[in-house]
Design a protein around this ligand. Sequence first.
Ligand code: ADP
Ligand code: ZN
Length: 712
Amino acid sequence: MSIGIREAREALKLYFGYDQFRPMQEQIISDILQGKDVLVLMPTGGGKSVCYQVPAVVMPGLCVVVSPLIALMKDQVEALLVNGIPAAYLNSSQSAEEQFEIENKCLSGAMKLLYVSPEKLLSGGFFSFLKRLNISLFAVDEAHCISAWGHDFRPEYTQLRALKQQFPTIPVVALTATADRLTQKDIQDQLQLRQPEVFLSSFDRPNINLTVLPGQNRLKKITDFLERHHRQPGIIYCLSRKATEDLAAKLKQNGYSTTYYHAGMSSQLRAKAQEAFLRDDVQIVCATIAFGMGIDKSNVRWVIHYNLPKNIESYYQEIGRAGRDGAKSEALLFYSFGDVINLRTMLSDNDKAQAAELQLVKLERMQQFAEATFCRRRILLQYFGETMQKDCGNCDICRNPPTSFDGTLIVQKALSAIARTQEQVNMGLLVDVLRGSRNSQVLSSGYDRIKTYGAGKEIGSLDWHRYLHQMLNAGLVELAYDQNYTLKLTDQSRQVLFEGRRVNLVKFEEVKQAEEPRLREKPKREIIRDALFDKLRALRKKLADELNVPPYVVFTDSTLQEMSTEKPSNRIAMLAISGVGAQKFERYGHDFINEIIAFVTEEQAKGSTIKGATHLVTWEAYQRGYSPEEIAQQRKLNPITVYSHLATLLEQGYDVPVKDFVTKREYNAIVEAIETLGPDAKLKDLYEHLGEQHEYFKIRLSLAMYKKQYAW
Ligand code: ADP
Ligand code: ZN
């Protein structure tokens, strides 16, 4: 096999603008290039597409990608085209003519990637069409759909075994973001992969910050959150359809660009909401879990769970929709015990007894996650069978570790109140009793006359709930789900009440760090960077609309962030930004450079200092028609400085018309001197060598031109 990883690396830079492969990508691609079958398990956003797109580009022939998500094909193909890779899709949404045209392009050999739905692949005559092509590779995306064990089983996927039967020598790469061991095995068997290499990457998504907040005053907490996430797109998951509509209405009233999405809407309305979100026309979607399947938007910056999800799998899948581009993102979960009770009721009502039991256990794990007292990411990954060696440093617990204290007295008060109310009270009523509330239920039951009535006045109701949850998690008390959620004593409770057992509780500081970013004054550098980011984002939106694609297809958020920090103002610097490949540079590079220069110029006119950008101000003025001397006067600079700006600009690839300043004869003379003294000669030496006949600025410009090897 003549094509190696070197070509692959070059293609990664040229077409995708990335300097390096991520861990595993390189090995996967190298195996594919050697003709091996491969199974890839990587989390969403892990970079699976590159694993078959790069081989597709460097191998001769066509890569056929089987993907069940028709809605995504268009965007995926669009993204490839923008990168300069010939690609197309075939599915039932197209007319016969359109399909015919694409088939012809494939036959002519002009295509590198062809996306097809499984239906299309298995439709009559399609295999004989494929046999007429030079196929390099089959990629089966969302491969878990093949397994009845997985959660997205698609019967038509099981027929994909025909691929290997019909094309035994062509390598197959299967990719998925979710596959337990059983599903993995199923994929290998069903696709009849030949001794496949299996790549199982970590499922950690370290760029997503994890936070859990108590469920009180959610709206206020959400608007505070949104203040800190100015204009960043995000999803709020709610439990009910009505809740999505209500919350969207409230956020709209508060001035946020918001829509909602749930399965009760017409398909047109749903498509419209989804499209608006994809295109960054609307910032926020309040949605039920129906939203998100088959959404590839890479710049979702945050996901909020308004309610507790019913298990960790769902939670992880939903927060996984944030930060696919690898840039910093947030997952915020609101936790209230009321949600647990609602979910329990729903699960027990809906399901068959046995299934319900499993669901309830899963809910309990979810609840434990929400009530965690140590690193949340460790708990999540452990749930998926992955052990982390260290705390993550990017969850609320890591950032704000709770302190523990001797809570024996508190626990005793609670347990004693439970005993004295004959284990007949639920959590809410128990807290009322402990806090000495005079509500009617307390009074009518005579609980105001028991000894522990009001014994816990000094502790707030929210804290009481938290302590009781900790007691539940520790088995110090039990919840009788079948008896109106009343609290019951356990053997362990008796140890605390009667045998002198001591108990530690965890105290949570009211999440101060959530407020912090607002209190902290942003340094000027960051303000400028963010302002530039906003400008670049607006430009991206404009270009994307012209092309009728979602903005992240033009550039990802991480690429724009890097531009905002680095402020590339010429071709070379722009191409060094991760995500700017040759083709994208051709299409958009200059628009973004111009935007950056305009921004820098404006900022400098306002008196901000922006490092390394002074020559850009010169360029801006020069382009507006001012001569170097005039610019020098305006900017109170020595003209020689302005000329040296022009020389720098020339070196950086700007189109500086040297001929306006230097004649051909002068240039030839200077070049002769350069060639005599060598290109590293100092200006002063050249000046002297030329008999002090030529002005410094002419030498400077000629030298720049000579170094760029521009023809006169
Ligand atoms: P997946 O299909 O696994 O969800 P994608 O293939 O969409 O993930 O990749 C997620 C993001 O990471 C995309 O924005 C992609 O361009 C980017 N990406 C992939 N590979 C690299 C790499 N080697 N370097 C930098 N970014 C990458
Ligand atoms: Zn952590």
